[in-house]
Design a binder for this molecule. Structure first.
Ligand SMILES: [Fe+2]
Length: 291
């Protein structure tokens, strides 16, 4: 497998959705990079053309939502070959997807469903990540999911499982800091500890996205936090982002917003704020080293 060099974008990027595509081409706001869902472009030649134009001006990352690394029925080869076509055309800085399953056979679900963290699952995910990386000819980034339930059968925690997959496949990781906040709330765990245990050496990218609290029907009076990507980044996600940067050092960071889309300028503002947080942590670290 060849390993193209991954460059580090200088400033945070934004998730680019179809509703902002034409404005993005016309206005070209100062963001460090763009991340797209390839599934939005595979059957939309006009959108693919605009994306190719943008890729001349911005580094582009491809974040798959239709590749199901945890599916027991195998990766959809046809979909993967289509994604490779877009990857070959755009030459993205990253190609990523979730540690989850979302399809079985010809059935596609609209959700990212959880996996039990067992040796059997590790072997399954490993073979699928190997297949992805061999087909795409580049490292694949696995993203930690937002969790709502766990499995009694899990034999290892999520960070140990991710470490196993990295060791077995040589893949890289995408740390979604907001997913850590959501999972920690829903599962009653400590988000800082998760970040402290995360395989830092494999991190290529960080995500930040908004979540929505809803009433937990299973536990009256309790709240469930849903990873909706439909709201501004919460204060506790910014705090955990600062904690993550202190541990991981500066990493390419992306603002994700998929539902109830705001104006493009709002997304650019969130990216600028992420940049300010990162610069503050960098200065803090530099002062600590100098002192
Ligand atoms: Fe994410």
């Amino acid at each position: 497998m060849t390993t193209p060099m991954m460059c580090t974008p200088p400033t945070p990027g934004i998730g680019l959705r179809l509703a902002h595509l034409e404005e993005m081409v016309a206005a070209r706001p100062p963001v460090g990079w763009l991340e797209v869902h390839p599934e939005n472009f595979l059957a939309n030649p006009h959108a693919a053309e605009l994306l190719a134009e943008l890729s001349v001006h911005y580094p582009v990352s491809i974040h798959t939502v239709g590749i199901s690394v945890g599916t027991a029925s195998g990766i959809d080869r046809l979909h993967l070959i289509r994604i490779r076509g877009l990857v070959d055309q755009i030459n993205p800085i990253f190609v990523s997807g979730h540690l989850a399953w979302s399809s079985y056979g010809n059935e596609y679900l609209n959700d990212l469903l959880p996996l039990p963290y067992t040796e059997e699952t590790a072997r399954l995910v490993t073979s699928h990540v190997d297949e992805l990386q061999n087909t795409l000819g580049r490292p694949y980034l696995i993203e930690n999911p937002a969790s709502y339930v766990g499995f009694k059968s899990s034999a290892m925690n999520e960070t140990v499982f991710l470490h196993e997959i990295v060791q077995r496949t040589g893949c890289r990781l995408l740390c979604d800091v907001s997913n850590v906040v959501v999972s920690a709330h829903n599962m009653g765990s400590n988000p800082q500890t998760y970040i402290d245990d995360f395989p830092a050496e494999a991190i290529a990218e960080i995500h930040l996205g908004g979540f929505t609290p809803v009433e937990d029907e299973a536990t009256p009076g309790a709240e469930l936090w849903i990873d909706t990507h439909a709201a501004p980044i919460a204060e506790r996600s910014w705090d955990l982002y600062a904690h993550a940067l202190r541990r991981f050092g500066p990493k390419p960071t992306l603002i994700e917003w998929d539902n109830q889309l705001p104006r493009l300028t709002t997304l650019v503002g969130e990216a600028r704020y992420a940049d300010r947080v990162a610069r503050t942590i960098l200065m803090e670290t530099a002062h600590a080293d100098a002192g």
